[in-house]
Design a protein around this ligand. Structure first.
Ligand code: FEO
Ligand code: CA
Ligand code: CA
Ligand code: CA
Length: 643
């Protein structure tokens, strides 16, 4: 086992000066002491809201699953699981039916037609031909990254251009057609909608940074045609039927110059070889010393039309550049779209984007996706500032406003967007504990998971602040806010929905205030049609089962009732995985989630001589290797999931 890649999930491991660093210990103590009351006080009035559950009944109707360490997916009594769409299965492209080889012997060209690795964000789109059906549809999912120790027969012992190509093909997004037959779900092959989007699929660029000097490269002097999408983590959907895939830790794919400049350094580009992928050795665009603008072409939210397999994905630069976790869309009363986004890195920011124009309806011969093809290219981006009084402000990233001027290094709006971290630093956004997924409940509260930040309060690191109240935050937290007026409001009120933790622990900052089952490191977050808030955990493999996480077993999915704050464990994943991505059929009777990196080694690179060392999920074959896959969850009585 070579290098330790174990810090790769978080793109900013260093401290940046925190403008809103509340370091006064007395004040911090007061704020901490008040949190429990604040949560209780705000939840009490919500508990009176009726009509969400089945006939207004309880939202959570299942029996809690105990924490566990089995190499299996555990769900409550009365539920069953089925695995589909594992890494390496054919995606259903016409004429490309290459079976997965358990020795990882599939070629790069075959991988390009198969499901990628490391499934993440996922959404069930209604079937284009039978939109009313809950038994057929399109699943669109992200493949966040690749474990080269599992992807190639001999791992990284040898290294060549074909391996780079295969790794690039294992990244990106899959569109697959699925249908239910006799209670079982199957991938439909071939399908005219099936598609693999990879790290070298040509895509367009929209918005103010399209064509910008910072986006131009030798291979693309136009700055408008990028090859591929990378590190696609969380996802979102739009009311006009498209999928938003989010580029997270893209910087790790690039080799840095000997002397990174201030911009490169702020984005985490380091001198010399990147941490793990070694793509630059055979694909020179990943050598930022030679192609310094190539990293600027990643870190965007990318829009994909799943109904048109020939459409080019579009990088939407108006939404800003970030180590994007997800993108969650709300709609204002006057039909403008509001996109909430978190940047998963230590001490980075929460954003929202408000479109200038209203969402247009479909018209005869014009799909909703086409009618809104430029909606996300015009609007205003804001960064969140959480103030100590439980209120907050959205600060606009608009060139010429406030400090975002040429004198401060921003020539135009395109530069503000490419350098959104630097812009947010100047504006005084609140530096958060790794913002991950965001979703919205029935009362209009917007929730964001903050997965953890063990650097909070450490030496030379920002201290705690009201929104990030725990030092050495190993457990993470879930913050929520409600906009003043509509979703485009510039002010909000906020509180903590929950401070995850384990009441069995001694350390005050790790006990938390969970009303229900203990958990840590919230990441995936999804509100279902009944209003249940599903929380998925991503305790890192290097920390799992140790320290503050000692009692919590494998990563899990829990269900929360936003009205009462009750949280109940619904699913426990196999060894070494994270649980991520959630979606359901329109009738709520089939749920799909993703299991990512089962059997991940603490170094995040598996040993090709012993691929089954930690897990052999889902196949459990003597010659197998662990594979990310989609898990289909059904209730044995055919009922709605969670009831
Ligand atoms: Fe890719 Fe922030 O999880
Ligand atoms: Ca995630
Ligand atoms: Ca995570
Ligand atoms: Ca992950």
């Amino acid at each position: 086992m070579a290098k330790d890649f174990s810090t790769m999930e978080d793109s900013n491991r260093s401290s940046n000066p925190s403008i809103h660093d509340v370091s006064d210990p007395a004040r911090r103590q007061v704020l901490r002491g008040g949190l429990g009351l604040a949560v209780t006080g705000l939840l009490a009035p919500l508990a009176g809201c009726a009509g969400i559950g089945a006939a207004g009944g309880p939202l959570l109707g299942f029996k809690s699953v105990p924490a566990g360490t089995a190499d299996a997916v555990r769900v409550p009594e009365g539920y069953s699981v089925q695995v589909i769409a594992a890494w390496g299965e054919p995606a259903g492209l016409s004429g490309e039916d290459h079976a997965f080889r358990f020795d990882a012997g599939n070629s790069a060209a075959q991988q390009e037609t198969q499901l990628g690795m490391h499934h993440d964000g996922i959404h069930f789109f209604r079937h284009p031909l039978t939109p009313a059906a809950s038994t057929a549809g399109l699943l669109v999912m992200n493949h966040e990254y690749a474990d080269d120790g599992l992807l190639h027969t001999d791992g990284m012992k040898t290294w060549n251009a074909q391996k780079v190509r295969k790794a690039q093909a294992a990244h990106g997004v899959s569109v697959i057609e699925v249908e239910q037959k006799n209670g079982r779900w199957e991938v439909v092959r071939p399908s005219p909608w099936a598609r693999r989007i990879t790290a070298y699929t040509p895509m367009a660029v929209g918005g103010p940074a399209a064509g910008h000097a910072l986006m131009r490269t030798a291979a693309d002097p136009s700055g408008r045609r990028v090859l591929g999408t990378l590190n696609n983590c969380g996802s979102g959907i739009t009311p006009w039927g498209t999928y938003l895939t989010c580029e997270e830790n893209f910087i790790f794919y690039f080799r840095g110059p000997d002397q990174p400049d201030a911009h490169q350094a702020r984005w985490g580009l380091r001198r010399g070889d990147p941490v793990g992928y070694r793509w630059h050795e055979h694909d020179e665009r990943f050598d930022a010393a030679r192609h310094p603008n190539e990293p600027n072409r990643f870190g965007w939210v990318v829009e994909i039309d799943p109904n048109d397999a020939s459409s080019a994905p579009v990088k939407r630069t108006a939404l800003g550049r970030a180590a994007h976790e997800g993108a969650t869309v709300a709609v204002t009363k006057d039909r403008r779209a509001v996109i909430y986004m978190g940047e998963d890195a230590r001490f980075e920011y929460i954003y929202k984007f408000v479109t200038r124009d209203a969402i247009k309806p479909a018209a005869p011969g014009l799909s909703a996706a086409r009618a809104n093809a430029e909606l996300l290219d015009h609007g205003t981006l804001y960064v969140a500032r959480f103030d100590a009084d439980g209120k907050g402000r959205w600060l606009p990233l608009v060139h010429g406003q406030g400090p975002l001027t040429a004198a401060n290094g921003f020539a135009d709006q395109g530069e503000v967007l490419v350098k959104s971290r630097q812009a947010s630093d100047l504006l005084g956004g609140t530096k958060m504990d790794r913002p991950e997924w965001i979703d919205i409940d029935r009362q209009g509260w917007v929730y964001c998971t903050l997965t953890n930040n063990s650097n909070r309060g450490g030496p030379n690191m920002p201290g705690t602040d009201p929104a990030n109240p725990r030092a050495n935050n190993t457990m993470g937290h879930i913050i929520r806010w409600k906009e003043a007026g509509d979703f485009d409001g510039l002010a909000f009120e906020w509180n903590h929905f929950v401070l995850p933790g384990d009441p069995k622990l001694e350390r005050a900052d790790a006990k938390g205030n969970v009303g229900g089952d203990a958990f840590a490191c919230p990441d995936g977050l999804w509100t279902d049609a009944r209003g249940v808030l599903w929380i998925q955990t991503d305790m890192s493999t290097s920390a799992m089962g140790r320290g503050d996480l000692v009692n919590l077993g494998n990563n899990a999915m829990l269900a929360a009732d936003p009205r009462t704050g009750e949280i109940r464990r619904f699913l426990v994943g196999p060894v070494g995985c994270e649980v991520t991505g959630a979606t359901a059929t329109p009738d709520g009777r089939t749920m799909f989630i993703n299991i990512q990196h089962p059997g991940e080694s603490p170094s995040e690179r598996s040993d090709p001589d012993n691929p089954r060392r930690f897990s052999n999920w889902p196949d459990q074959r003597p010659d197998g290797r662990p594979r990310s896959a989609t898990v289909v969850i059904r209730k044995n009585d055919g009922g709605v999931i969670g009831t």
